[in-house]
Design a protein around this ligand. Sequence first.
Ligand SMILES: Nc1ncnc2c1ncn2[C@@H]1O[C@H](COP(=O)(O)OP(=O)(O)OP(=O)(O)O)[C@@H](O)[C@H]1O
Ligand SMILES: [Mg+2]
Length: 329
Amino acid sequence: MLLDEFLDPKILIVSGKGGVGKTTVSAALALVAARHGRKVCIAEVDQKGTLPRLFGGGALGYDPAEIAPGVWGMNIVPEQALAEYLDVQYHMKRVSKVFTNTHFVDYITTAAPGLKDILVLGKIWFLEQGRGGGAQDFDTIVVDAPAAGHMLTFLSAPMGLSDALRVGPVRRQSDWLVEMLRDAKRSRVHLVTLPEEMPVSETLETSEALTHKIGLNPGAVFANAVYQQLLTQDEQETLDAVMGDANPRELKIAAAEVGLRLDKEDLNALVRYAHFLEARRSIQAKHLRALRKGLEDPVVELPFLFSAGLALPDIETLADVMEEKVAEL
Ligand SMILES: Nc1ncnc2c1ncn2[C@@H]1O[C@H](COP(=O)(O)OP(=O)(O)OP(=O)(O)O)[C@@H](O)[C@H]1O
Ligand SMILES: [Mg+2]
């Protein structure tokens, strides 16, 4: 697949189960888009602050700030989205302060569930329309969306509201959001999963619900944190032979050649770990097969990265892999 095709349309929503790597994948996707000359905005919709840490910066605000060349980041806070809405819609800048304290927003969103989500999506619509001046005119908007369970409500909020509110400006505006979410030329949802049993089965269900119940446009499914093949066939055979040996001499000699002095305990631990990873890899492979079999959408595998806390160089690596894998689709 051509990368330009993969990077379209303007709004790329990234979702999936909690902790599967949505923020990490959103960041990598944004880097890929920026490398291809696009002005990108990543919108966080939770307040975790994971995203700016990946780019080595502090907390993001409501106004987009450049966090890497060509990549802007922002955090869509419903309270601020409501203030902006009231200001733009009714020029209620001063009054809006009263309405937009957290208690008030909590109160109305309890009364009208889904309204918070609509405020967030409304802001994304606003960005898509290029409102808010030249500085906010983005080619690509990556939405680091909430975890899938909540996301189904999040994305279906305007649809529910359209049914509930038959008249008035909110009805009209929520219709605009539904149009934005259903139009394949405007938005698409990428899912992220881990190659594990529960996340895979949930991803299959979510993908089905998103496409067939809610009528959104599926993109790719990113299978994140996939263990890579560590050993070639030959190396695997050597390892198997060595494992049968209580004293893995060959490995000791090989280690010494690269300047590592390993004792028997180190060697045994290493051999056991290599076997553990190989076993994990074959379990992952089984879940990946189930994922591919159950999906119509393309699957993009991203590697597990062995670093303590991912940072920008790791995201660059994931972006490299993403480019490579998409080209193979
Ligand atoms: N490919 C990878 N290799 C190694 N670690 C990874 C990889 N992708 C993500 N992680 C790690 O997994 C953890 C969860 O990732 P991330 O924060 O991106 O998930 P998330 O889906 O956004 O989580 P949440 O649902 O809490 O928002 C983080 O510690 C991250 O560094
Ligand atoms: Mg996250």
